[in-house]
Design a protein around this ligand. Structure first.
Ligand code: ATP
Ligand code: MG
Length: 432
């Protein structure tokens, strides 16, 4: 290899030097280009990755059911997702850039104001959870929401903003309201059922008492009649001033009292119905009130009578009906003891198809345990010898015999109101 030997011996010329340098440069350029190409490919790959993750995040934000808002450290909105826009009924341009406070109902603004408890909690804890508040949207629309917020970019560094997620509570509230309404309705139905049950038990109790009272009264009535007849016969024969005559008079007096009680019991039981006629209840009430007004028991008591100018046609017996009202009025007067007021009213309850009479006094009222027992025979608060406790029992019997009802409302210290209802005559009920 003579040439190469010769060349090897020759000192390197300038051209050779340059040629090598060029080769070297080209090589390093090629390396650089290759690196650049790799970097370019890597960058493109990263950019694609970034775009993909950006698209992913955007998709997540867009498809979020809850409203998402991002605010900058000054509290201005920088991002609001589709759900947020829908929730407020506003466009992106109408939301972004505005202060966060402007989307809260006036009464809730103070809660989200920078420096508010919420913000302080957010700054100290980094997040707040499930705060119920009210947002304001387009046309003054008010939306109840549950708010969650967390700081963006904190953890030792600068706070970049706050991310807020609001959950629309309208549907939840509507369901809750429905549930509450249904619960109230259920409770009302339950109370009505309970009161119906109590009325049924009471009515059953009263009819059992009535049956018992009737059988006892019938059994006692005959022997009492016998005692009275024989006592009278003996009294006729006994000299007036003899000690026996005095005793016999006592027997007659006490037996007569027993007869009265038996009569009361029979009145309560009222098994035999008298003949019923067409009556105007207004006239029955007026006659009863007029008849009683003159009695000393009613002296000093103010009476107000409010009767309708139309008739209240019912079927019944005038005498017993007057008796029923008299017992109520006498009780009221006794409770008032010469001082107070009695209001008597009568009206037509078209819906129930009844004629109604109420007697109200402003006396001492009746204790709750008394209200439950008041129509039972022998319930009395009067001293022994002053009342038999049969007055209202008789009233009850008369009202029931007229297919009516009677109830009392009273509270201690607030007077008592007795309300008596009788069915209107059929022609009147059907509007003829
Ligand atoms: N308007 C009223 N205000 C307060 N208590 C009343 C009223 N009406 C009735 N009462 C109470 O009801 C009880 C029963 O009344 P009811 O007429 O049956 O018997 P009485 O009045 O005690 O006795 P009687 O009527 O046989 O003379 C009374 O003792 C009284 O305690
Ligand atoms: Mg009485």
């Amino acid at each position: 290899m003579p040439r190469s030997n010769a060349a090897a011996k020759r000192p390197p010329c300038e051209f050779d030097l340059n040629e090598n340098l060029w080769v070297e440069m080209i090589r390093s350029m090629e390396g650089l280009y290759a690196d650049l190409a790799t970097a370019q490919t890597e960058m493109e790959r990263r950019a694609e990755q970034l775009q993909a993750s950006h698209n992913f995040v955007e998709g997540v934000i867009r498809n979020m059911v809850n409203a998402l808002v991002v605010v900058d450290p000054e509290g201005h909105v920088t991002l609001a997702n589709e759900s947020c826009r829908r929730l407020l009924g506003l466009s992106e341009a109408e939301i972004v850039g505005r202060p966060l406070e402007s989307f809260f109902a006036p009464e809730c603004v103070s809660a989200v104001h920078p420096g508010s408890v919420l913000w302080r909690k957010l700054l100290s804890g980094g997040a707040v959870r499930d705060v119920e508040t009210q947002l304001t949207g387009a046309n003054g629309l008010s939306v109840p929401v549950s708010l969650n917020a967390s700081l963006l970019g904190a953890a030792g560094g600068e706070i970049e903003g706050v991310v807020l997620v609001a959950t629309d509570l309208r549907e939840t509230k509507r369901l809750l309201e429905n549930a509450r309404r249904e619960a109230t309705e259920l409770e009302r139905a339950y109370r009505e059922l309970k009161s119906l049950q109590a009325r049924l038990i009471q009515s059953e109790k009263m009819s059992s008492l009535g049956r018992m009272a009737a059988s006892v009264a019938h059994e006692i009535n005959n022997p009492l009649g016998g005692i009275l007849v024989y006592s009278h016969l003996l009294l006729e024969e006994a000299p007036d001033d003899s000690p026996g005559a005095g005793m016999l008079r006592k027997i007659v007096r006490e037996t007569t009292r027993c007869k009265e009680i038996v009569r009361g019991l029979l009145g309560f039981a009222r098994q035999q119905q008298g003949e019923h006629h067409a009556l105007d209840l207004v006239q029955v009430v007026a006659a009863t009130v007029d008849g009683l007004g003159v009695q000393p028991l009613f002296r000093g008591i103010e009476r107000r009578v409010e009767l309708p100018c139309y008739a209240l046609p019912v079927e019944g017996e005038e005498g017993p009906l007057q008796q029923a009202l008299t017992n109520i009025l006498v009780n009221a007067a006794e409770a008032l003891a010469g001082k107070g007021r009695i209001d008597v009213r009568a009206w037509k309850d078209v819906e129930a198809g009844t004629a109604v009479v109420s007697v109200a006094d402003d006396g001492p009222g009746i204790p709750p345990e008394g209200v439950d027992q008041i129509f039972e025979p022998f319930f009395t608060t009067k001293e022994i010898g002053h009342g038999t406790g049969l007055g209202l029992a008789v009233t009850y019997g008369i009202v029931r015999q007229h297919a009516g009802s009677i109830e009392v409302r009273s509270r201690p210290g607030e007077g008592a109101t007795f309300t008596l209802s009788l069915p209107l005559r059929r022609a009147e009920r059907s509007g003829r």
